[in-house]
Design a protein around this ligand. Structure first.
Ligand code: HEM
Ligand code: MG
Length: 238
């Protein structure tokens, strides 16, 4: 629950996702990070961060695809999500190195990379869609230049915008994306929900509709070109 937190111990597994890792560290998900099903995710995302069952089902279903050698898996372990580009983990993460740039370690929290995101918030106490969007686009242009295996198709475009939308939604609010930087740092750097510091789950639910709208707002804010073949209209990704 919110007031119990412990980092992973021997035998526990974690993922490239600060959201799921935080939920496991608090015991909303199994602390060992293993045997996650869609129903387990639905309950944990709802109870821990007021994230909707629609998102939990769609992204949880993608998580199931990452189980090696089993297209019909009904549960996965957090470390299955390290699978590069299949289907979720991608380059230009906010707080992880690219797979090729870091000898395959695309899952460990990386302070050097996360500091380049935090630098955009220099002098600010809270996030904003404007600044979050610029920090995200910088990660893309940075890795595009230095990672010879850089991959960024419509799939990675949507996922990476969705993840920026997620942290400013769950640490702040899913409409305006205003989150205290202090909370955002604790979420990424400690994989902890900053309950002791005053954070509470947002009263507005984060779901596919709020995320879709926020992806559009983020993209409008940084002016990044939409990849060819992807057409984005309000509340519709087609
Ligand atoms: C990445 C948040 C649920 C799988 C991320 C990132 C954030 C995030 C902020 C970006 C990390 C970065 O760029 O460094 C959340 C929140 C969730 C949630 C708040 C719900 C409470 C899920 C679920 C799954 C998932 C349900 C799959 C079953 C992943 C994966 C990545 C990721 C594989 C790595 C992508 C990458 O950066 O390469 N998540 N997430 N997440 N998330 Fe989640
Ligand atoms: Mg990544």
């Amino acid at each position: 629950n919110f007031s119990t937190w412990s980092p992973p111990g021997p035998g526990d597994v974690r993922s490239p996702c600060p959201g799921l890792n935080s939920l496991a560290n608090h015991g909303f998900l199994p602390h060992n990070g293993k045997g996650l099903t869609v129903p387990i995710l639905i309950k944990a995302l709802n109870d821990g961060m007021n994230v909707g069952a629609d998102f939990a089902t769609v992204i949880g279903g993608a998580g199931l695809l990452s189980v090696p050698g089993n297209l019909l898996a009904t549960s996965f372990d957090l470390d299955n999500l390290d699978e590069h580009n299949f289907p979720i983990e991608h380059d230009a993460s906010l707080s992880r190195a690219d797979c090729y740039e870091n000898n395959g370690d695309n899952y460990s929290f990386n302070q050097t990379i996360f500091d380049t995101v935090l630098a955009y918030y220099d002098g600010m106490n809270e996030t904003s869609i404007q600044v979050a969007a610029k920090a995200k686009y910088n990660r893309v242009t940075t890795e595009e230049k230095r990672d010879p295996k850089f991959t960024y198709t419509p799939q990675q475009f949507i996922l990476s915008y969705g993840e920026t939308a997620l942290y400013i939604s769950v640490m702040g609010d899913p409409i305006y994306g205003v989150a205290p930087i202090e909370y955002v740092k604790i979420f990424f750097e400690q994989e902890r929900l900053p309950y002791a510091e005053g954070w509470r789950p947002p009263t507005t639910q984060t779901n596919l509709l709020t995320l879709g709208d926020m992806i559009l707002a983020l993209n409008a804010a940084n002016g990044e070109e939409i990849p060819e073949g992807l057409e984005i209209t309000t509340n519709t990704l087609k």
